[in-house]
Write a protein that binds this ligand. Structure first.
Ligand code: ATP
Ligand code: MG
Length: 286
């Protein structure tokens, strides 16, 4: 097990005690070190970013503890291990990561984190170039200022900076938010590849149920700071559970419902996208 939460609460302290915000309650959760593709969903303010921020000890629990690889993270700051090793093994792509670009050139920006984690200049460069290849970042862009790029290109550069140090687990906070649909699909395909071919665990916060249904093998639905559902996405949408977390059905399931009602069919929810649905329909006599 790579990450285990044990009875974790998180309160954000306000200026006065009565302004404290209870953001997480009694979280128990296990995440494997490889092969998982987890979507974290729930309405705004339900605790998604707070939950995921604990997974690389960006914030500390106020109660309980979190085991991350061999380290135990507790509420007491002084007792906690040096965090660099955790951060190296668990990469976090923040919401709008392009806001954190700062180097003179794209290449220097992508090399920054691997160098910071102890790779030599040469090794950092090799890794940065590999990450660019994976993300389809054009070589012509490498010597440009990151601020001269489009929003989608900047997002890819920011993601390349994380992939370049090859973390075991990737935490993603709404990685496709604000991207045009084509770039969003490209970026999701890269995460799917990293998960399937390199066996990395991915934990992705998203409000997009279409992405959840197509890519995630496990869904954690948050409600009012608690885990309301943890399981396969098909089980989240097959009854009213998703409504209780203020979620909507993925388009593909709306389409299945529509076909079932209008054509009197009995298609199940075991279809991830239109292509799979078409294959199913070919086997049905209309
Ligand atoms: N730094 C902070 N200080 C005080 N309260 C905070 C802080 N960050 C989050 N909160 C509060 O904690 C609760 C959970 O917030 P969190 O950011 O984890 O929600 P979220 O599910 O990620 O929401 P969103 O979908 O809007 O990103 C909310 O009530 C929020 O107002
Ligand atoms: Mg959030």
């Amino acid at each position: 097990m790579a990450i285990s939460f044990h009875e974790v609460d998180h309160d954000y302290s306000g200026l006065r005690k009565k302004d404290d915000v209870k953001a997480l309650f009694d979280i128990n959760l296990n995440i494997e070190s490889k092969d998982e593709f987890i979507a974290v969903v729930g309405k705004t303010g339900s605790g998604k970013s707070t939950l995921v921020s604990h997974m690389n000890a960006l914030i500390l629990p106020t109660k309980g503890n979190i085991k991350i690889f061999d380290y135990v993270i507790t509420p007491k700051k002084r007792k906690n291990p040096k965090l660099k090793e955790i951060r190296k093994r668990i990469g976090f792509v923040f919401q709008f990561p392009e806001y954190q670009l700062f180097e003179e050139t794209v290449l220097k920006d992508i090399m920054f984190a691997p160098k910071n984690f102890g790779f030599s200049e040469e090794e950092a460069k090799t890794r940065a170039l590999e990450a660019c290849k994976l993300l389809g970042i054009d070589k012509d862009l490498l010597e440009k200022s990151p601020f001269a790029l489009s929003g989608g290109q900047m997002r890819k550069v920011a993601i390349a900076g994380i992939l370049a140090y090859n973390p075991d687990i990737l935490l993603l906070d709404e990685p496709t938010r604000g991207l045009d649909p084509k770039t969003a699909i490209e970026v999701m395909k890269i995460f799917a590849k990293i998960n399937k071919e390199y066996h990395k665990t991915i934990v992705m916060i998203t409000h997009d149920m279409n992405l959840v249904y197509e890519y995630a093998t496990r869904v954690i639905a948050m409600k009012d700071g608690k885990i309301f559902f943890d399981g396969k996405s098909i089980d989240l949408f097959k009854d009213d559970t998703y409504k209780k977390c203020n979620l909507v059905k993925p388009d593909i399931l709306d389409l299945v419902d529509y076909l079932n009602t209008s054509l009197n069919l009995d298609l199940d929810y075991n279809v991830k996208n239109e292509e799979e649905l078409l294959v199913r329909l070919k086997g049905v006599s209309l």
